[in-house]
Design a protein around this ligand. Structure first.
Ligand SMILES: [Zn+2]
Length: 193
């Protein structure tokens, strides 16, 4: 016999909703896509889309998120992602900032570092690692698709494919590809330390 269960949405606390709106606003300012906001808050799609338009003054971009794990393994993105992830892990372990708040704080600190690197001669205005990519990187960690490998030369932790052997791992800073050029590598290194 089928049992009829009544599904009723629990009454939403106004304080909780206000917190989520503030959280979503911060993430929108940092460049979050709508899918990220939907995953990190319980606000409805319509409310988030409205909030996005209010904060950004334009409609949220449509389309899929960039889902590739391989992107994080390419030279420059790998250095930036590793820098972001190291900051995130530190905040998550040693400060009260957790989850979305640790993500926001870590991304802000990453932007500061990336900005310091830019003053040293990088040619683009957009940060290499977007907020949405940073968020995806954390999802990839949670689902066990990537790991942090320690470089045998500089001892730094770097983003790598999960289960890749890392006993003789050399990072992208210690062994940049020839096309990267020594000048740029040194600038990125200067920003990362
Ligand atoms: Zn290294």
């Amino acid at each position: 016999m089928a049992v009829k269960t009544e599904v009723r949405a629990p009454a939403k606390s106004v304080t909780r909703e206000a917190e989520e709106i503030l959280l979503a606003t911060e993430m929108i300012k940092l460049g979050a896509r709508l899918q990220v906001l939907q995953a990190e808050t319980t606000l409805s799609y319509d409310r988030l889309a409205r909030l996005y338009r209010e904060v950004k003054g334009c409609s949220p971009p449509k389309g899929m998120l960039p889902y590739s794990v391989d992107w994080f393994m390419t030279w420059l993105p790998n250095i930036h992602s590793s820098m972001f992830y190291s900051i995130y892990r530190y905040l998550d372990c040693y400060t009260p900032a957790k989850k979305s708040y640790a993500l926001i704080e870590a991304y802000r600190l990453y932007l500061e570092q990336a900005d310091a690197g830019r003053q040293n001669g990088s040619e683009t205005d957009e940060p290499v690692l977007s907020f949405t990519r940073a968020w995806m990187l954390l999802r990839f960690y949670e689902s066990g698709m990537v790991q942090l490998s320690n470089c045998v030369r500089c001892k730094g932790g770097f983003v790598a494919h999960a289960h890749d052997p890392d006993h003789d791992f050399v990072c992208a800073i210690c062994r940049p590809p020839p096309r990267a050029g020594k000048t740029r590598a040194r600038h990125v290194l200067g920003a990362a330390i």
